[in-house]
Design a protein around this ligand. Structure first.
Ligand code: 9MR
Length: 397
């Protein structure tokens, strides 16, 4: 029995090595992995390397570099904003599909997969919806029905074209919220109670039988105290364990990966451990919104390299930790950066006191930064026995 198991393991390892060593033949030229894209290198592991896309940047005729990198460097894309409810249904009953359709078509032309973002979130909801609830003209039963219709309409429209859906985003509070004990937070929990999570996944599954359905959140890269009252990763783990036990069709957990160099963050094995524990619930995993910002001190803003370099290095190290952990865990199906260049990043507009930035893998002139090279080297240098090809998940019915 034991011998047999080792033989099987050996055969798998040999097949894996063979697969990883299969390099694209280029007539007469030696294979140079450093000249490959992140997307192509990810595919050696069955891993999709993706980016969030700003449709404004993609449509900016004066910014051809953005479009070129978006089309060539990545094997998957996510809508940074245009699949959110306020964009899709700005006035009640009138869907504006244009920008979201354009992104899905762009992905098809470039043979990229699409991570759908997002079906249920408490932010970027249309005013008619939040206003209607606030003034009492939308009742709770009607609100629940509106949510069901929204999920059904959107998931059905893109059925077959979305690989992974972020079905529910950021349902859990943070230790700095009031009260500090972790709880279900935001518009949907307040008005419908936490039962909306199970409903949302069931409605999404009914509308799209094949997409992988994810719960997506930030600050869940590693476990903390293990107490769900203050450890968000533990809270989310317990929540997903309960949902799975109830037969709810949640397939995956997306760990956003919004990090900051000022925090120190994690080592690779802490992150690997968290992914493994989520995997043990029967879930697949992904990094869905990776960026690593830094404080823009006076010195940084003045161009002082002694202040800039340590930040670029720390940022690269954090990008790399998440990439290595993802490579190490076979359930980690994709690694998505939340914007790829510093001139199209949500960070400077969001964190201004103190100002923060330098969060992405290309600088404002589309020059690859240290972070780009480090995650590329992770993709090149990884292989068996620690790094094996991805799992092939079946969507839960
Ligand atoms: O990057 C998005 C930014 O352009 C929007 O203004 C912002 C509005 O809340 O949302 C940003 O994206 C968020 C994502 O949808 C969910 N996780 C956190 C992301 C950064 O805030």
């Amino acid at each position: 029995m034991k011998v047999r198991r080792w033989m099987t393991a050996g055969a798998v390892a040999v097949a894996t090595v063979a697969a990883l060593n299969t390099v694209p033949a280029a007539a007469g030229k030696p294979y140079d992995p450093t000249s490959q894209t992140l997307g192509a290198l990810g595919l050696r592991h069955g891993l999709q390397v993706g980016t969030a896309i700003s449709m404004d940047a993609l449509n900016d005729a004066d910014d051809p570099q953005y479009r070129k990198i978006a089309a060539t460097e990545f094997s998957s894309v996510t809508a940074e904003n245009v699949m959110k409810w306020e964009s899709l249904e700005p006035t009640r009953g009138n869907y504006n599909w244009g920008p979201a359709d354009q992104l899905v078509d762009f992905a098809k032309r470039n043979r990229q997969r699409v991570r759908g973002h997002v079906l249920v979130w408490h932010n970027q909801l249309p005013e008619w919806l939040t206003g209607g609830v606030a003034d009492g003209s939308i009742s709770k039963p009607e609100l629940r029905e509106l949510l069901r219709r929204h999920i059904t309409t959107v998931a059905k429209r893109y059925q077959g074209r979305i690989w992974q859906w972020d079905v529910v985003n950021e349902a859990v509070s943070d230790p700095w919220d009031t009260p500090p004990t972790l709880h279900y937070k935001g518009f949907w929990a307040e008005h419908l109670g936490p039962g909306y999570l199970a409903d949302a996944f069931r409605w999404a599954r009914a509308a799209d039988p094949k997409a992988l359905l994810y719960y997506n959140d930030y600050n869940i890269e590693a476990f903390g105290s293990g107490n769900p009252a203050d450890d968000k990763t533990q809270f989310v783990y317990d929540m997903l364990r309960r949902l799975r036990a109830q037969g709810v069709p949640v397939d995956g957990v997306g760990s956003q990966g919004h990090l900051g160099t000022q925090y120190g963050n994690y080592n690779t094995f802490q992150v690997t451990e968290a992914l493994r524990r989520f995997t043990s619930l029967g879930l697949v995993t992904a990094f869905t919104e990776v960026d690593v910002r830094s404080q823009l001190t006076e010195g940084v803003r003045a161009g002082d390299s002694e202040e800039i370099n340590p930040r670029l290095q720390a940022s690269a190290a954090n990008f790399s930790v998440l990439m290595k952990a993802c490579l190490a865990v076979r359930s980690c199906l994709s690694y998505t950066v939340w914007g790829f260049s510093d001139n199209h990043s949500w960070v400077p507009g969001w964190f201004d006191d103190p100002p923060e930035g330098l969060a992405t893998i290309y600088d404002e002139n589309y020059q690859p930064k240290l972070a780009y090279h480090e995650i590329k080297s992770d993709l090149i240098l990884a292989g068996p026995p620690y790094v094996l090809p991805r799992l092939a998940p079946k969507p839960r019915r």
